[in-house]
Design a protein around this ligand. Structure first.
Ligand SMILES: NC(=O)c1ccc[n+]([C@@H]2O[C@H](COP(=O)([O-])OP(=O)(O)OC[C@H]3O[C@@H](n4cnc5c(N)ncnc54)[C@H](O)[C@@H]3O)[C@@H](O)[C@H]2O)c1
Length: 335
């Protein structure tokens, strides 16, 4: 891995910024270029610790702009790409799907096509590797039992998951048609520092600390499989280095929670860590609101393939990492 030239797209977002920090720490011999449009969901201050290091650079590029993608690929000359840039919030994809189609589908196409042309010209076709970071939401919704495996048929239900499923299909086609060296990961919900305020866990913490109603969709019985972002980054690193070309790998931590149980857990940790909540604790602030249209009931990942083939494991304790995560947001929101 050392001495590689790695392009990370979406490196100013939640998972991307954690990944850039992971790669910079683990592989000091790598050149890392962070490409990001800097949408509302990004924050470069998370990367303040690495921004002046000689082997790190940042470029503000919109991957929808094909010419800008061509230029950065030819300037930076990556031999590896971790592709995370995407519009990522399901609610926004329901109120306005177009940016999701543009960034997630057209943007992924622009990257694949410009890399294919350049790697072919430079005779790097076998050496170059493209890791496409996707989501378990492409598989649709599970009932009370069962798990998503790599063989589960795609059945996306929201404009967000449909745009990610489309980009996964393009990546697959570039492998089968052109022999491009690609790997795709489909991961469950992540938690950890650097996530945008709009997402569930930051919203719960922010509203609880402000002693405002904590909104929960429907009855709160939807189930998600939560993975610490650091474990996701380690999995991406493993798949990039050891994954078989053309394969997909599901990433998940065997850590299912109903939304209501997760929010109650966060509230009780906040009672311990902060106190100062309403009489009876922060959980008193929980308020049920109108459900999201087409809300998938349950996601759960079977990570057997990445565990047995690549030796990856979800190593962190949920309680410990959630406490550290809460401490990070408490410091942020109580500034
Ligand atoms: N957050 C999760 O729980 C989760 C789980 C599985 C997979 N994923 C996938 O991981 C990736 C990163 O997710 P995240 O939660 O960090 O998202 P995020 O919204 O926090 O960050 C996305 C980043 O992409 C950038 N971006 C968006 N459109 C762009 C464009 N057109 N050109 C260049 N940059 C652009 C944004 O500025 C932002 O910095 C996404 O592809 C997402 O689908 C996320």
């Amino acid at each position: 891995m050392n001495n590689k030239r790695i392009l990370v797209t979406g490196g100013a977002g939640f998972i991307g910024s954690n990944l850039v920090l992971h790669l910079m720490k683990s592989y000091p011999g790598c050149e890392i270029c962070n490409l990001d449009k800097l949408t509302y969901a990004s924050d470069l201050t998370f990367l303040a610790d690495v921004q002046s290091q000689k082997n790190y650079s940042f470029v503000q590029v919109d991957i929808v702009n094909r010419e800008a993608v061509r230029n950065i690929i030819r300037d930076f000359r990556p031999d590896g790409v971790f592709h995370l840039a995407a519009e990522s919030h399901v609610d926004n994809s329901i109120s306005g799907p177009e940016p999701f189609i543009m960034s997630n589908v057209v943007g992924t196409f622009n990257l694949l096509e410009e890399l294919r042309l350049w790697w072919t010209e430079e005779n790097l076709f076998d050496k170059g590797r493209f890791l496409h970071v996707s989501t378990d939401e492409v598989y649709g919704s599970l009932g009370a039992t069962g798990f998503f495996t790599e063989e589960t048929p795609y059945a996306p239900n929201s404009p967000y998951s449909a745009s990610k499923a489309s980009s996964d299909m393009l990546v697959r086609a570039y492998h089968h048609t052109y022999g491009m060296n690609v790997v795709t990961t489909n991961c469950s919900n992540n938690y950890g520092p650097h996530q945008h305020d709009e997402k569930l866990i930051p919203t719960v913490i922010r509203t609880a600390l402000a002693q405002k109603p904590i909104p929960i969709y429907g009855k709160g019985d939807n189930i998600r499989d939560w993975l610490f972002v650091g474990d996701h980054c380690k999995a991406l690193d493993d798949v990039f280095q050891k994954g078989r070309s053309g394969e997909t790998y599901n990433i998940g931590g065997h850590n299912e929670w109903t939304n209501i149980d997760l929010v109650r857990k966060i509230c009780s940790l906040l009672d311990e860590m902060v106190g100062e909540g309403p009489e009876g604790g922060y959980a008193q602030l929980i308020t049920f609101v109108k459900d999201r249209p087409g809300h998938d009931m349950r996601y759960a990942i079977d990570p057997t393939k990445i565990e047995t083939e690549l030796g990856w494991r979800n190593t962190q304790s949920f309680e410990d990492e959630m406490k550290k995560t809460l401490a990070w947001y408490i410091a942020r929101y109580q500034k």
